[in-house]
Design a protein around this ligand. Structure first.
Ligand SMILES: [Cu+2]
Length: 500
């Protein structure tokens, strides 16, 4: 730590910190108290529409704009999620606070008891959030694909003390076609088993091609993946991949300090794309996944499944310029931002990497250990869920059921619940349970004291077991976070009443 940096730089870091609302309060510990004492009005979050420039072409998309005029919401330590969601989108919507643990009726899922918000209406929310890197997205139809998504950052007291520049990097996949058109292209092969989807809609990755993950040490062997077994990647052929709404043709440049210390909050908000985060010459330290702290893991290439988040500490040496890429699995396509010291020149970045990225895998998951694991306890109930489906006909199921025609997984308050997810398909599925943080307790049948998180990737022909404590009664969605898998059936319900 350089002695002369603290007094002045803390303030500047607060100013450059992505998404941090500046209310004129001093960004030290008193800020938490100040935020809760001085703010009387609820925060306003506007669900609306906007126009993006995507590689020179205008695109009309949705957006979620917070009280400071930026995408999403950043809360101070101790601040409640006390929000009016104002629907100016011109159509009904409902927004899910992904990974947060509110009472079920505030979860933002369209249950019969919590219908979507009509155009022009406002819905209020008020719950105690958990700290970390979270995000929000519409759970109405396929609005998520049209970028009804935003960061939800809940800062901790430790974040304030840490004196790091916070940078949020949110990833998306983008198409000039409508989500309905994309889904129709996938499902029109239905009923004709022999029909291959149109060119470009299906990618088969030969596992012999190997992994170029610098972190990957024998992880493929641990994944039940046999060399030569094909797997499906990238159902949809997207037109662009966005990092904070921009492509590498015009990337966001984050100005850092000389020898800057950055906390990068990565969010995969893409609807159907998994990425490898590529820090290039830099090495990062993963300190949290899906908002939940883990024992530090270092790496420069980090897999990020749909809906997952990573908090990565990066020390940026000298006064240079460093791209942070996110490369699409199975492709050369990539997006990203640039961390550049003040005055450093930023050279143009190629939109494609030199070689295809391997499939996103569990190489990082195997290495993760929660700082705060579940208390040791045997499960009271174990549900086994079979993940199945295929590209043609295009349909995906859980236990042979297709949403909304499902039988809920019934549990009881107070139980330790285990869910064993067995993937009998050739595609990886990022499975997300609403309203709970679970621990990854087994991968391919091998016990593991893994990360606590809210979304985990279940690899092709592999299995992952999660465990959680049933402490938040209600009706909870449990689904694959590939939007097109969810839309064609890959969702069920975990339900329990409030009484024991
Ligand atoms: Cu899936």
């Amino acid at each position: 730590m350089r002695e002369n940096e603290k007094p002045t730089l803390l303030t500047r870091r607060q100013i450059v910190a992505s998404g941090v609302a500046m209310a004129g309060t001093i960004p030290f510990l008193p800020r938490a108290a100040a935020a809760s004492e001085t703010r009387t009005a609820k925060l306003r979050l506007i669900a609306g529409t906007r126009t993006l420039d995507v590689n020179g072409k205008p695109a009309r998309v949705f957006g979620l704009v917070g009280p400071n005029g930026r995408s999403g919401i950043t809360l101070s330590p101790g601040e409640r999620f006390d929000v009016d969601l104002v629907n100016q989108a011109g159509t009904s919507t409902i927004v899910h606070w992904h990974g947060q643990l509110p009472p079920w009726k505030q979860d933002g899922f369209p249950w019969p008891q919590t219908p979507p918000i009509p155009a022009g209406d406002t819905q209020s929310y008020d719950y105690a959030p958990i700290a970390g890197t979270y995000w929000m997205h519409s759970h109405q139809g396929m609005q998520e694909q049209s970028l009804m998504t935003a960061p939800l950052i809940v800062r901790s007291a430790e974040d304030l003390r840490a004196d790091r520049q916070e940078v949020v990097l949110m990833l998306h996949d983008f198409s000039f076609q409508t989500p309905d058109e994309l889904l129709a292209a996938l499902t029109k092969s239905n009923g004709s088993q022999s029909a291959m989807p149109k060119s470009g809609m299906r990618k088969v990755m030969d596992m012999d091609s190997g992994s170029m993950s610098a972190m990957n040490s024998g992880a493929m062997g641990a994944m039940n993946m046999r060399p030569g077994v094909p797997m499906d990647l990238n159902d949809v052929d997207f037109d662009a991949f966005l990092a904070n709404d921009r492509t590498l043709a015009d990337p966001e440049v984050i100005r850092t300090e000389r020898d800057g210390r950055v906390k990068l909050r990565l969010i995969n908000g893409a609807s159907a794309t998994q990425f490898w985060i590529d820090l290039g010459a830099l090495t990062g330290t993963v300190v949290a996944v899906d908002g939940h702290p883990v024992r530090p893991v270092r790496g420069s290439r980090l897999p990020l499944a749909m809906a997952q988040r990573l908090d990565v500490l990066i020390d940026v040496p000298g006064n240079g310029s460093y791209p942070v890429f996110a490369q699409v699995e199975g492709k050369r396509a990539r997006t990203g931002i640039v961390l550049a010291a003040s005055g450093a020149s930023v050279s143009r970045l190629a939109a494609e990497a030199a070689e295809n990225a391997p499939p996103v895998d569990l190489s990082l998951e195997h290495r993760l250990e929660a700082i705060t694991p579940l208390a040791p306890r045997a499960p009271d109930v174990t549900h086994r869920v079979i993940l199945a489906g295929a590209m043609a006909p295009y349909a995906w199921s859980l236990n042979g059921e297709y949403w909304p025609n499902v039988n809920p997984l019934m549990i009881a308050k107070g139980q330790r619940v285990a869910i064993e997810m067995v993937n009998r398909s050739m595609m990886a599925h990022p499975m997300h349970l609403h309203g709970h943080a679970f621990q990854v307790v087994a991968i391919n049948g091998t016990p593991l004291a893994g990360a606590v998180r809210d979304t985990v990737l279940v690899p092709p022909m592999g299995s992952v077991t999660i465990a959680f404590d049933a402490d938040n009664p209600g009706r909870w969605a449990f689904h694959c976070h590939n939007l097109y898998h969810m839309m064609t059936g890959m969702m069920t319900e975990v339900r329990y009443p409030a009484v024991i």
